[in-house]
Design a protein around this ligand. Structure first.
Ligand SMILES: CC(C)(COP(=O)(O)OP(=O)(O)OC[C@H]1O[C@@H](n2cnc3c(N)ncnc32)[C@H](O)[C@@H]1OP(=O)(O)O)[C@@H](O)C(=O)NCCC(=O)NCCS
Length: 182
């Protein structure tokens, strides 16, 4: 079931279907993806079975979130191909365990889908939807070297507020915020 639909994309849960699991593995086995997701991420994957484990972890993480927060597949409507992951969720604090009240939007695309605007389109739909719930501020936190991801934040109209270490185990991350329009 689609959580959000845009002109070109739909966001939906990742599933146990073989095509989804294969795609998950093919995204998260890649150092070019994993290098930006933090030392604690347990990535890159080295075994396809880890795709199932990741799915289980995401389901557990979002068990109490309904459809509001999640880690979803980005599917191209024309092709049915899952090109990556978009997420909207509370940021984990310095200890990585307790969630904060700060909401994060994030994006990971398979390299074969880079350069199409998919990350920006998916994230825009998620933040627009979240703003309708009354949330006033949404964050994106990015490794300082991750130019491509910072560009997504900028395309979304987010403002860079400097480096912060409030989340993800105290890692120093470039932080962007988007405020709901008045
Ligand atoms: C970060 C990441 C998602 C960015 O991917 P991306 O494809 O550059 O970003 P978008 O999907 O928003 O696409 C934007 C690009 O598509 C181009 N584009 C082409 N057609 C487009 C269209 N119809 N609409 C919008 N943009 C389009 C844009 O011009 C832009 O290209 P440019 O960077 O050469 O200017 C990708 O590099 C990635 O997955 N990296 C690894 C994981 C990662 O770092 N995640 C973030 C952790 S914080």
């Amino acid at each position: 079931m689609a959580i959000v639909t845009t002109q070109r994309l739909l966001l939906r849960d990742w599933t146990d279907e073989p095509a989804d699991l294969a795609r998950l593995f093919d995204i998260y086995r890649r150092p070019v993806i994993a290098r930006w997701l933090g030392a604690a991420s347990g990535l890159p994957m080295t075994d396809p079975a880890q795709a199932v484990e990741r799915l289980t972890m995401w389901r557990k993480r979002h068990a109490d979130h309904g459809d509001r927060y999640g880690t979803w597949a980005i599917e191209v409507r024309d092709t049915g191909v899952a090109v990556g992951t978009a997420m909207l969720k509370p940021l984990p604090g310095r200890d990585e365990q307790v969630l904060t009240d700060d909401i994060e939007v994030g994006w990971h695309l398979h390299p074969d889908a880079w350069g199409n605007g998919y990350a920006t389109e998916a994230a825009r739909a998620l933040v627009d939807r979240e703003f309708t719930t009354g949330t006033l501020l949404i964050h994106a936190v990015v490794d300082p070297g991750n130019t491509a991801s910072k560009a997504v934040a900028c395309r979304l109209g987010m403002t860079h507020i400097g480096r912060r270490s409030d989340w993800y185990g105290g890692e120093d991350l470039d932080t962007f915020v988007l405020r709901r329009a008045a």
